[in-house]
Design a protein around this ligand. Structure first.
Ligand SMILES: Nc1nc2c(c(=O)[nH]1)N[C@H]1C(S)=C(S)[C@@H](COP(=O)(O)O)O[C@H]1N2
Ligand SMILES: [Mo]
Length: 334
């Protein structure tokens, strides 16, 4: 019997709970065979379209090593929306260390060397430690989380990440009672990163979260996407993904995680205080000083006639993270 894709599965396949790339490519091969084979015309055209759709969404084999991950069971961990194509997600990026144009990271980030690589966890913790990246990768089981991410410039996308909750790491280093915030420091390597020689930002790029935000299970330490390890332009070998905050909170290519008592400075806040606050929760009611933040365009849908989408509070994750901000004036703490 033919296994029909689910409505949603047509656009994002659910081959099994374990989603190594082989499962996707095997399914595509089957679809192609059906499309070209003796099957009826309707079936052939259905299979042809399905194969094409999946080819567009997932990378062809051999780009990056695979990174198998089991599908997340976390509330909010898997959105049912159409996944952005791999091509779009890896060619339209913000990664200022490699240039400020959206195409610069894909063009320039090939110089990033991701081995050897270490991440140092320090500050107000009982067990400070430097992790080798391969050790960090195996610290907890890799989960596939499919998150929306919204950039402050008005575009959004849906990406299947592989990683585990940052809380898994935090738990192991045992924060002290005085730790209230977490600061994230990313690589600033002048030789490998042409952007670091410019003065656009005060390098290294840093970000911060309140400790309870960092501990929220949706906050992901990501090592992969689309069943593979992260490509350099998306923040290899390890980055943060905080789906209810504007994209710039999701710091790429992390080298240090520091536990501190006071709210840390962040790279964008230092550069333009009135445009980028510490909290940066996706909030359609708070316009950026230079544009509205009430609507967004999904990458891949940005044709001339594509409708804009309404931006949701907390990027649609209000049910999960709203309680973190109970009683706070989110226009003041933007
Ligand atoms: N180190 C570093 N991390 C960064 C950035 C950056 O310039 N440098 N840009 C941020 C911004 S503005 C966005 S929208 C996201 C983009 O992630 P993506 O390219 O994987 O879509 O990365 C964030 N992380
Ligand atoms: Mo962004």
């Amino acid at each position: 019997m033919l296994i029909r894709p689910r409505d949603n599965g047509f656009l994002h396949p659910f081959p099994s709970e374990i989603t190594p790339r082989a499962a996707y490519t095997g399914r595509r091969a089957l679809l192609r065979q059906l499309a070209g084979g003796a099957a009826g015309a309707a079936l052939a055209s259905w299979a042809g379209r399905a194969a094409l759709a999946e080819e567009a969404l997932y990378p062809p084999p051999g780009r990056q090593p695979t990174l198998p991950a089991r599908r997340s069971a976390l509330a909010g961990g898997v959105t049912m929306e159409k996944v952005t194509s791999y091509q779009d997600a890896t060619s339209y990026n913000n990664f200022y260390e490699f240039g400020s144009g959206k195409g610069d990271p894909a063009r320039n980030a090939g110089t990033l060397k991701t081995r050897p690589w270490t991440v140092t966890v320090e500050g107000l913790v009982h067990k400070p430690r430097t992790f080798d990246i391969d050790e960090l990768l195996k610290l907890s089981a890799q989960e596939e989380r499919i998150y929306r991410l919204r950039c402050v410039e008005g575009w959004s996308m849906v990406i299947p990440w592989a990683g585990y909750s940052l809380a898994e790491l935090i738990r192991r280093v045992e924060p002290q009672g005085s730790a209230k915030y977490v600061e994230f420091v990313t690589l600033a390597d002048k030789a490998a990163m042409p952007g670091v020689n410019s003065r656009i930002l005060d390098w290294p790029y840093t970000e911060g979260l309140r400790l309870d935000e960092a501990l929220h299970p949706l906050t992901l330490l990501a090592f992969g996407m689309y069943g593979e390890v992260l490509p350099p332009q998306n923040g290899a070998p390890v980055r943060l993904v905080v789906p209810w905050k504007y994209g710039f909170k999701s710091a790429k290519s992390l080298v240090k995680i520091r536990f501190v008592e006071h709210e840390p400075a962040t790279a964008w806040n230092k550069t333009a205080k009135n445009e980028y606050g510490f909290y940066s929760n996706v909030n359609p009611d708070v316009p950026h000083p230079r544009w509205s933040q009430a609507t967004e365009r999904r990458i891949g849908e940005d044709g001339l006639f594509a409708k804009k989408r309404k931006t949701l509070p907390f990027n649609g994750y209000e049910g999960q993270v709203g309680p973190l901000y109970a009683g706070m004036d989110l226009k003041k703490f933007y």
